[in-house]
Design a protein around this ligand. Sequence first.
Ligand SMILES: C[S@@+](CC[C@H](N)C(=O)[O-])C[C@H]1O[C@@H](n2cnc3c(N)ncnc32)[C@H](O)[C@@H]1O
Length: 285
Amino acid sequence: MNKSTNGVANSVAAHYAGSNLLAAVRQALQASGKDCNALAPADLAPVDEFHVRGREATLELAARAAPKTGEQVLDVGCGLGGSARHLAYVHGCNVYAVDLTESYVAAAHTLAQWVGLAGKVHFQCASALALPYATGSFDLVWTEHVQMNIADKRGFYGELLRVLKPGGRLAFHDVFRGTTGAPHYPVPWASHAGISHLIAPAAVQELLLHLGAQILEWEDRSEAALAWFRRVIERQHQSGPPPLGVHILMGESAARKSENMMQSLDGRSIAVVQAVIQKPRSPFR
Ligand SMILES: C[S@@+](CC[C@H](N)C(=O)[O-])C[C@H]1O[C@@H](n2cnc3c(N)ncnc32)[C@H](O)[C@@H]1O
């Protein structure tokens, strides 16, 4: 990474970095009545699926991507690693996962130990723009809610496609630019516009096709996302946030960020898409 790329990466990591994350998660688990010595991976889902519609969206994306037992899978921008652990635990994949934010990678590793999955998912601190894997390493590359922090879209999608085997799939669940201007900030991935890089869905499709990839599935899930935020916010107005939730990761402005997501979806300034893309079987350009 050059100096300016490094500076941007530091600002993004600083946005996410949290201290005492694991202590906060443990306390919230206890407050939810969970036995911390007998946790299942799904017990962590309220906090380790840091994207719109949480575990529900991961199940939906997995149904589209159809991960198979023994497949080599990479989760790019894994956060606390909920999706990565799900793919290893439920689908029997051999999962690697990277993230820019050191404290998340460390927490992801410890959470895997807590649920008996240490050694089944390999977490590493790395940038999506310089993945530490050889070309053609993975059957499936998976990413949820990461590219919004990355300005270099060509570098991002090009790198994801590079590490795929010929014929391999890229599955993503992401936030894109809507049709009516900028979203309200702060949002979960950015406290200000400086680290938010939204692109129109059509521009991503064009880029992927230009990179030689084939679009197998593409579905706008903005309506489902809006309905989910309405339910979550309604519940929070009635009874406050549950002890265990992604508000632990979003800090003091968590409620504001969720309200802004709801308003931005309602006003169509953002869109949520799930897609599955295939790398061509013939040599990749
Ligand atoms: C909103 S969180 C989503 C985490 C996870 N994918 C999930 O769905 O739970 C965005 C994550 O992307 C990571 N990230 C942002 N830019 C990145 C980059 N250039 N390389 C690797 N990770 C990045 C952040 O550190 C953060 O953990």
